[in-house]
Design a protein around this ligand. Structure first.
Ligand code: IVH
Length: 670
């Protein structure tokens, strides 16, 4: 074969295998034997090995994964990936419907109800029909570039079906990556066989599998994906969610079958209840339904709240309950010294996962629920939350059982445990309590803080027990010898950990703030104060009043922050961290980062609270851009009364339209 013929054959095989994949995975109707498929795949692999330059971008051989990355790049979503507000029961679905009809000033409308898949939201980008990039939802504005990993999902089309008339030149679609129960059980068995930690539930397993730097691991995990929403799309304007779902199918995307068009809220509720009673029969977890206004022009008219669309709602299922027995109750110490009583249970199946532990929260909860060791109890698991004990079945209580009282000595360090007035929790008073030290370090290195790869619970335990580290600052004094000499630590792993520690020195400011573990300062507040103050130094000098003047920062958080920075032990740790080169800063005068980073706004019509200039200054101060004309790049049109042609253009291009009030609530104005 000459080069020309080889290229033709490579193209032919790529196309044929793509078609077979679609028939097998999406249509469930294969027309080739497994052996026949494998033979073609092997032929293609061989040709690609010999002529790597001829490999097609959508080659099915890419699904096996490729060389590990050193980290994920960030990808900003061109339209933020929102979350959904919840309806906890039927009544809240009814009031959602009332709100929708009132906003739209109409009597009747269609809804589409879909299952709420319990996995991870992702975005896929196709350019001219070829899968080009994919990302996690992240914080809704920016996610991680996980293109390599997504490529390995067997049902994800690498090239769309259709031609240039039916495939938009630029297409962003959104969906959920999840794992079936059976694959989850098998994966956990493999984890146990290899003495690795099993995953708590299929959702965590899917998340862990998708965020692998080595895509060959992702490829081995059998992840599923279903698409259900649009991002920004060029030259394609369906009229309804139903039409959009059909387009997804036509392009070859896997779409969940269990959706329905409902003419009113009663039939939405009917569908919701049906699905709820059938959920045990599904091969994967769902945690509710999602109800969407079907017509897209209605959706655009309704717009969004700060973080969620007004035209959709998640109907939550009731928590699943089971009956089991409390084998023992043990106090566990967290990083703040708080003691949480935990019930060890006779393992029980609860909605697809096995539950063996449940939190009892604190002494008051134990007293209120009257639970004791040996009791038969009702346990429940609601979505993501930690399983909890609902109540004890008193008639089944064994004779001679005693009420449980949290011990007055810390189970980790034997320090004094006391409960202060007004506090629900008991606290260990010993500041050098090893459980607290371990907890603080585990928090500091965690994914959502400094994200130091390879620094797990076990390693933290070893390092604290050997006395190599006693505070978060000591992490940066660790050397290769110390790590490599730990039990069961390979030289290569030690090297990787040192590298991860070093690269964490350039982590963003908010990660460091979050990692410090200041009470009540979570990820979101960390980002807010990082953006306002720009450095730890500036934060440390802020007064309670100044902190409180920050949007979203209340008096408790403000006081907690000031106390944290005033504490001399904390000051020493901060000084050490700074000495190790951890001095992240943000140029707050430029305000290049903010809640509107990467977003573009246009204003039209008469606005009550702003003129064009003040609106522009505000958007820019939050990291966004503002323009005078609508284009494909526009994310939001803020329209006041008297808006004209811009409104039409925005509708045509699918640009989100906000009222002035909605815009004001996005920026946090009261
Ligand atoms: S629509 C703009 N449809 O739920 C509306 N989301 O709590 C948001 N999810 O981040 C997307 N199943 O990851 C939509 N059928 C479905 C869904 C679904 C699961 C997830 C999604 C989203 C989260 C919101």
């Amino acid at each position: 074969m000459d080069q020309q013929q080889t290229l033709a054959r490579i193209r032919e095989l790529t196309e044929a295998l793509t078609e077979h994949n679609h028939r097998y995975y999406i249509l469930d109707n294969p027309t080739i034997s497994d052996a026949g498929y494998d033979a073609q795949l092997r032929e293609l692999q061989d040709l690609e090995t010999e002529y790597p330059e001829l490999m097609q971008t959508d080659s099915p051989t890419q699904r096996v994964g490729s060389l590990p990355l050193s980290g994920f790049d960030q990808l900003t979503h061109s339209i933020p990936m929102l979350s959904l507000s919840n309806a906890m029961d039927e009544e809240e679905l009814v009031s959602f419907d009332a709100r929708v009809r009132k906003d739209l000033e109409i009597e009747r409308l269609d809804y589409v109800v879909e299952p709420k898949l319990d996995g991870l939201g992702v975005e896929l980008i196709y350019v001219d029909g070829v899968f080009t990039a994919g990302s996690t939802r992240g914080d809704g504005f920016t996610g991680e570039n996980i293109t390599q990993n997504l490529r390995t999902l067997k049902t994800l089309p690498l090239r769309l079906r259709g031609d240039s008339r039916t495939i938009p030149p630029y297409l962003e679609v959104r969906g959920e990556v999840f794992m079936a129960h059976q694959d989850f059980e098998q994966l956990n068995q493999r984890q146990l066989d290899q003495e690795k930690q099993p995953f708590a539930n299929p959702r965590n397993a899917a998340a862990g599998s998708l965020r692998q730097l080595d895509s060959r691991i992702t490829a081995s995990r059998n992840l599923l994906i279903n698409l259900y929403a649009a991002g920004s799309i060029d030259s394609f304007a369906p009229e309804s969610q139903m039409e959009f779902i059909q387009a997804l199918r036509d392009w070859g995307f896997p779409v969940n079958d269990l959706y329905e068009l409902c003419p009113n809220i009663e039939s939405v509720i009917h569908f919701h209840k049906n699905l709820e009673s059938n959920r045990e029969n599904l091969e994967y977890d769902i945690d509710g339904t999602v109800t969407k206004v079907n017509r897209l022009d209605y959706q655009n008219r309704m717009g969004i709240r700060s973080r969620s669309p007004r035209w959709a709602i998640a109907g939550k299922f009731k928590a699943r309950q089971e009956i089991t027995k409390i084998l023992s109750i043990v106090p566990s110490v967290g990083r703040t010294g708080a003691i949480t009583p935990v019930a060890n249970l006779e393992p029980v199946h609860l909605g697809g996962v096995i539950v063996a532990r449940a939190t009892l929260h604190n002494q008051d909860e134990i007293d209120r629920k009257e639970v004791r060791e040996g009791d038969t109890v009702v346990v429940q698991r609601a979505g993501d939350v930690i399983p909890e004990v609902v109540k004890a079945l008193l008639e089944k209580r064994p004779a001679g059982s005693q009420p449980y009282i949290i011990p007055d000595r810390c189970p980790a360090c034997d320090g004094h445990v006391i409960r202060l007035d007004g506090e629900a929790k008991h606290y260990c008073q010993n500041i050098s309590c090893t459980a607290q030290i371990k907890g603080r370090i585990e928090h500091f290195v965690a994914k959502r803080c400094m994200d130091i790869d390879g620094f797990g619970t076990k390693l933290v335990g070893q390092l604290v027990d050997t006395g190599f580290i006693t505070s978060i600052a000591d992490i940066y004094s660790l050397n290769l010898d110390q790590l490599a000499n730990l039990e069961r630590m390979a030289e290569k792993s030690a090297l990787n950990i040192i590298e991860a520690i070093n690269s964490s020195k350039s982590a963003d400011l908010w990660r460091l703030i979050h990692g410090l573990g200041i009470r009540n300062v979570g990820e979101h507040i960390s980002k807010v104060i990082a953006n306002k103050y720009g450095s730890l130094l500036a934060m440390g000098e802020a007064s309670v009043d100044d902190l409180e003047a920050t949007h979203e920062v209340g008096p408790i958080v403000a006081r907690g922050l000031v106390e944290f920075f005033r504490d001399s032990d904390n000051q020493k740790i901060l000084a050490k961290l700074s000495g190790h080169g951890l001095n992240p800063t943000i140029d707050v005068s430029a305000r290049s980062e903010g809640i509107f980073s990467g977003l573009s706004f246009v204003f039209t019509g008469k606005l009550e609270h702003f003129n064009r200039d003040s609106a522009r200054v505000l958007v820019e101060s939050l990291g966004g851009a503002s323009a005078n004309t609508i284009s494909k790049k526009t994310d939001y049109l803020v329209a006041g009364p008297g808006a004209g042609s811009k409104m039409e253009k925005a509708n045509k291009l699918g640009v989100k339209i906000l009222t002035e009030d909605e815009f004001r609530s996005m920026v946090g104005a009261q």
